[in-house]
Design a protein around this ligand. Structure first.
Ligand code: GLY
Length: 327
């Protein structure tokens, strides 16, 4: 059963690439004049993940879709055992189980998600299969894992020696105290605009280290950890998921952009909304990034220390996000 349309990678025409949105007629001299530069293709991602944004850029610069770019981009981090907050090598819950959450959203508002997925390296690709091959949006736990095997994904032990050793050390005190920008350096969220001007997003995480078994954060929840509206833009989040869920953070930011805020202003407003629910100096981190239809980007966080990657024809840079609390 395929309820989703197959993407037509080959349909980019010159006319599509050089969108008419780049140009608008000038009333006075009747010539076509560029009034605003649209930056596309472009990819942005939470944290300093150059290999991931580089992979996404390769896809985009070969006329790939934004959807393929964000999936393949975040897969780099999911497979990297040195990234202990995503995919294989992720820190386990307090019982020693690595459980993964992810979601993906495309230009037509199709979306797919998996929560509490075990033994599969690439939850983002399972989320895409949920989106494209089922009538559902979200699969959880054993059901998601069995679905992944049906789709050809292989079973793999995700708990690396390093993460296991750290978990055993943690168990000596079992003190649950997330460390800002370390345990909370958790989620890889990625947003891209392709040469056709279409937007997609992906978000993937192993969640909070040593969480209670069964805990799910914001990352697989459409509207919280990720939201895309192809008419407006996209947003994604990192940090303590509970706080992002409470304010439906990514949806909020896209709606603020719809009302005319820039991505930067919208991210700042998203953080302020969380501050307003938690008092002036919360002891946790949240970071948001956003992109609008013009390819303008923004990022903002609560605590200093969050950065995001931007890759476009203008270059490939790591941007330090401004923070509500100064250093
Ligand atoms: N932001 C990821 C999580 O809280 O699980």
């Amino acid at each position: 059963m395929k309820r989703r349309k197959f993407l037509k990678n080959s349909s980019l025409s010159t006319a599509g690439i050089f969108s008419s949105a780049l140009l608008t007629s000038c009333e006075t001299d009747k010539k076509l004049k560029p009034v605003t530069e649209i930056i596309k293709p472009i990819v942005i991602a939470t944290w300093d993940v150059p290999n991931a944004t580089d992979k996404a850029w390769q896809v985009l610069s070969n006329t790939g879709t934004a959807l393929d770019a964000v999936e393949q981009g975040v897969m780099i981090e999911e497979a990297d055992i040195n990234n202990q907050s995503v995919g294989k090598g992720g820190r386990p819950d307090r019982d020693g189980n690595v459980t993964l959450d992810a979601c993906i959203m495309d230009k037509d508002s199709n979306c797919g998600a998996v929560v509490y997925l075990q033994n599969i390296v690439h939850p983002i690709s399972v989320a895409r299969k949920v989106m494209e091959d089922t009538p559902h949006v979200m699969l959880a736990g054993k059901g998601a894992e069995l679905f992944a095997y049906e789709k050809g994904f292989e079973k793999e032990n995700l708990l690396t020696e390093k993460s296991r050793a750290e978990w055993l050390e943690w168990k000596k005190t079992s003190k649950y105290q997330p460390v800002i920008n370390i345990e909370n350096h958790d989620t890889i969220g990625m947003l891209a605009i392709d040469a056709n001007g279409d937007i997609a997003g992906a978000c993937t995480t192993s969640g909070m280290a040593y969480k209670i078994g069964g805990r799910v954060g914001d990352s697989p929840i459409i509207g919280a950890g990720l939201f895309v509206d192809n008419e407006v833009g996209g947003a994604t989040a990192t940090g303590v998921g509970e706080e992002v869920v409470r304010t439906v953070g990514s949806f909020l930011i896209v709606e603020l952009m719809r009302q005319g805020k820039t991505p930067q202003e919208a991210c700042e407003e998203g953080v302020k909304r969380i501050i307003s629910k938690n008092g002036e100096k919360p002891d946790f981190q949240i970071g948001f990034i956003a992109i609008n239809k013009k390819g303008e980007t923004g990022g903002y966080c609560i605590q200093p220390g969050f950065s995001y990657r931007v890759y476009s024809e203008k270059g490939h840079i790591n941007k330090t996000a401004g923070s509500y609390i100064s250093s």
